[in-house]
Design a protein around this ligand. Structure first.
Ligand code: CA
Ligand code: CA
Length: 105
């Protein structure tokens, strides 16, 4: 598996277009397309939030220009925010496991 940053960026674009092209404007995610993308690609992030209307809330948060759809530029804001959250999780995890090693050793 070749997991360089350029590949990750290409994947990000491909994933976006796979969902955005399903209905209406093929370069934008409508509510249903966004929901599909979140459920299929980011199910771990949504798993903790079973409350209804969470997709609508995400849509409202992301839709900077208020056209009711999420374009790629708006989508990357979500991905960046989630990536930062992931990084914090890994850093915390790394610190904890180092501390456990010190405590037991
Ligand atoms: Ca669309
Ligand atoms: Ca928009």
């Amino acid at each position: 598996m070749c997991a360089n940053l350029q590949g990750a960026m290409e994947d990000l674009i491909k994933v976006f277009h796979r969902y955005s092209a399903k209905e209406g404007d093929k370069y934008k995610l409508n509510n249903k397309e966004l929901k599909n993308l979140l459920q299929e690609e980011l199910s771990d992030f949504l798993a903790g939030s079973n409350e209804c209307g969470v997709v609508e809330k995400i849509m409202l948060d992301l839709d900077e220009n208020g056209d009711g759809e999420v374009d790629f530029q708006e989508f990357v804001v979500l991905v960046a925010a989630l990536t930062v959250a992931c990084n914090e999780f890994f850093v915390d995890f790394d610190k904890r496991s180092k501390k456990e090693q010190e405590d037991s050793g």
